[in-house]
Ligand binder design. Structure first.
Ligand SMILES: [Zn+2]
Length: 690
């Protein structure tokens, strides 16, 4: 599922399709200590009155946050979004405890979510089984006699999320969004991104050394003697480095034209003759596929050379590693879980301790059965009034964009007509889907954590693959209802706001309109603007990759966007590591355009309701409240290791720049806080795209 416009999460366009996700080790208390607090729309405790809002608005709005809420030991960063998430986790935990208590009167969905959760919590049963659940796959690897036999194994690996050599999945055809097609993607690496294999400098070299050690440790836990594990880990690293060499970096992967190469399967066969593609597709659940998107043809050429030149024993070691790394570690024995945590969470992200098991099992259940869990969540936590208010805000912000397009001085009348056609075609999805996913074919057993996790993965992958060749379901959601996030999907041309993010303080029925527009209004504007950022603007209202811009307007867009690239590219995130202005361009464009739209909509709302914009309430004018609402969306702190990883992998800028980078482009902010032109938050050369 492609979610390029997510609001909080690190999503890397197509690279997120199928490869195994990173889940980590175990420790911590196994029941909640109490219901996490609800923050209010504007929390004056967090304001650092000693800071100058014109010099560093993030410090002013959020400077005291960490005095109240320092980063917990089980987090690599913490803030308002994480607090909303904590509260949702607590609520879901209560539901799951109830459902897991059993009883004959449970509905089919209650049985599934309850038993999934309960099996996940049963560490003793997981430890007792050891690696037995993986034995069949390990035997298959051991029995490989030649490279010809690799094809069916690689297809099987795709279905169980073992990220060996490549990625496979389904997407809407970029150039014909009514069609669902197969795609093969670069893949097969265990580090977060291709540049991790090549970046120079002490920190990067240390990470590579730790990664090789981690692979060796996992192989040792699987029963290899120490010397063999160490030598295999080195060979695996060499193999992954060769895959990385043939891979696109993350900036390139954001360019839809660079990751779209529709071709007949016979052409792919010429690129990678070592794999028998017709068999691969049939075994992976897509028989009869005649054409597909090969995202990166050079990768598949490189893969062929690599398959030819690598000996079978190294390939087998690599497959064992990718198999174990693809399994959610929470369903593996404790030693594996702890080793996985030590590398991916502790070393890469600086997280001191593993999260409590109940929290991880809540997340795992949501990941596997999100729309079953979500039905109960929505009934309890998302009132019709909340839905109505959000629908209204979305409409207001869409109206603001309509007016914004009218007033743009750089865009021609011709392109404006097409921009508006796209805007009017955006589908709004709020809270939860109209039709719930049917999990009746997914078997969940009370004492089988590993089997449940694997069946859920296969169920979801089969569901995705089954879409190939079928009409598009426009009502589908790519996030579960309790998720604290939002996204825009260019192929669907839809904006999606799960009920999980429509919660205080982001949307607070008790807050002022100004605060709500600053908080959730900014989120809504952000997702809408994604349809018009450097990536989204290349798709039209029907979701097709087609150039609807005049050459002159496109040139002006690129010039304006370049200002944003430079602005953010100068922000220093940690040590000497700067924000990647090109990687974060789409998100920064969405942050900037989004808050401007929210501001316009707020002014309209104030007019409608006769709100006096000069009258202070609780110490702040409504416009100041609006900006404080925006600023406080990002209150929090991030560990340095996580910051480094974020800047190198995540298209979202670090939190302080999502505040300061935006307000310094809005002269309305400087005016509201009495800043002087030339001060940091009111620069003379502000950037503006939308
Ligand atoms: Zn976004």
């Amino acid at each position: 599922m492609r979610k390029p416009g997510a609001f909080w999460a690190a999503t890397l366009a197509i690279a997120m399709l199928l490869p195994g996700s990173v889940v980590v080790g175990q420790m911590g208390a196994d029941s909640p200590e109490g219901k996490p607090p609800l923050l209010s729309g504007l929390d004056k405790r967090f304001i650092d009155a000693g800071a100058d809002p014109c010099i560093d608005f993030f410090k002013y709005a959020c400077g005291n946050f960490i005095k109240y809420y320092p980063i917990p030991k089980d987090r690599s960063g913490y803030g308002v979004g994480a607090m909303v998430n904590d509260r949702n986790e607590y609520i879901l935990h209560t539901m799951l405890e109830k459902a897991s208590a059993g009883g004959a009167d449970r509905t089919a969905n209650e049985q599934k979510i309850g038993d999934y959760y309960s099996s996940c919590m049963d560490v003793d049963a997981i430890n007792k089984k050891g690696l037995q659940p993986l034995q069949a796959d390990l035997n298959r690897i051991a029995a490989l006699k030649n490279k010809k036999e690799l094809t069916p194994l690689l297809a099987h690996f795709q279905l169980i999320n073992a990220n060996a050599f490549l990625g496979f999945g389904e997407q809407q055809d970029f150039k014909d969004a009514t069609k669902q097609i197969a795609l093969v993607d670069q893949g097969g690496m265990g580090l977060p991104e291709r540049d991790y294999y090549f970046r120079t400098g002490e920190a990067a070299e240390k990470t590579r050394k730790e990664y090789v050690q981690h692979i060796a440790n996992m192989l040792k836990l699987m029963g290899e003697p120490e010397a063999a594990a160490a030598s295999d880990a080195q060979k695996i690293m060499q193999l992954e480095t060769a895959l990385a060499k043939a891979s696109y970096d993350i900036v390139t992967q954001r360019d839809p034209n660079k990751v779209y190469h529709l071709m007949p399967v016979s052409d792919l066969q010429k690129l990678t003759p070592e794999i028998e593609w017709t068999k691969f597709l049939a075994d992976a659940g897509a028989p009869g596929t005649t054409e597909l998107n090969v995202t990166n043809p050079d990768f598949f050429k490189g893969l062929n050379e690599l398959l030819k030149s690598t000996d079978m024993e190294t390939i087998k070691a690599y497959l064992r590693w990718q198999l174990i790394n693809g399994v959610p570690s929470i369903s593996l024995p404790a030693a594996f879980d702890a080793e996985n945590f030590a590398f991916y969470a502790h070393k890469l992200r600086g997280q001191p301790e593993q999260r409590a098991r109940w929290k991880r099992c809540v997340q795992a259940t949501d990941g596997a059965l999100g729309e079953a869990l979500g039905q109960v969540y929505v009934a309890q936590e998302f009132s019709p009034a909340s839905k109505e208010a959000t629908v209204q805000m979305v409409k207001d912000i869409e109206t603001a964009m309509d007016e914004d397009i009218d007033t743009l001085d750089w865009m021609s009348a011709e392109t404006k007509v097409r921009a508006k056609a796209k805007l009017h075609a955006v589908a709004d999805k709020i809270g939860y889907p109209d039709h719930w996913r049917d999990y009746s074919k997914l078997r969940v057993e009370r004492d089988d954590a590993f089997g449940n996790a694997q069946r859920a993965v296969v169920f979801e992958n089969n569901r995705q693959i089954a879409k190939i060749g079928k009409p598009v379901d426009r009502g589908e959601w790519g996030m579960s209802p309790p998720t604290v996030d939002a996204y825009y999907n260019p192929s669907m041309n839809d904006i999606n706001f799960p009920a999980g993010i429509l919660q205080p303080p982001l949307w607070d029925p008790k807050a002022t309109d100004a605060e709500n527009y600053g908080h959730i209004g900014g989120v809504v504007g952000h997702e809408l603007t994604h349809g018009f950022d450097d990536e989204g603007r290349q798709f039209d209202g029907r979701g097709n990759l087609s150039d609807w811009w005049t050459a002159e307007d496109e040139k002006k867009f690129i010039e304006k966007a370049d200002c944003t690239v430079k602005e953010y590219g100068n922000f220093v995130a940690v040590d000497d590591v700067k924000v990647n202005g090109k990687l974060t361009l789409g998100e920064n464009t969405a942050d900037n355009g989004g808050l401007r739209l929210a501001f316009m909509a707020f002014l309209e709302d104030a007019k409608r309701k006769n709100i006096d914009l000069s009258e202070k309430q609780d110490g702040y004018t409504p416009i100041q409240q609006f900006f404080l609402g925006h600023g406080q969306t990002w209150c929090g702190d991030t560990r340095p290791e996580q910051l480094r990883t974020q800047v190198q992998t995540d298209p979202h800028s670090p939190r302080q720049f999502r505040v300061n980078g935006v307000v310094q482009n809005m002269p309305e902010f400087g005016k509201a806080f009495g800043c002087k032109p030339g001060q940091p938050m009111m620069p003379v050369n502000a950037c503006r795209v939308w």
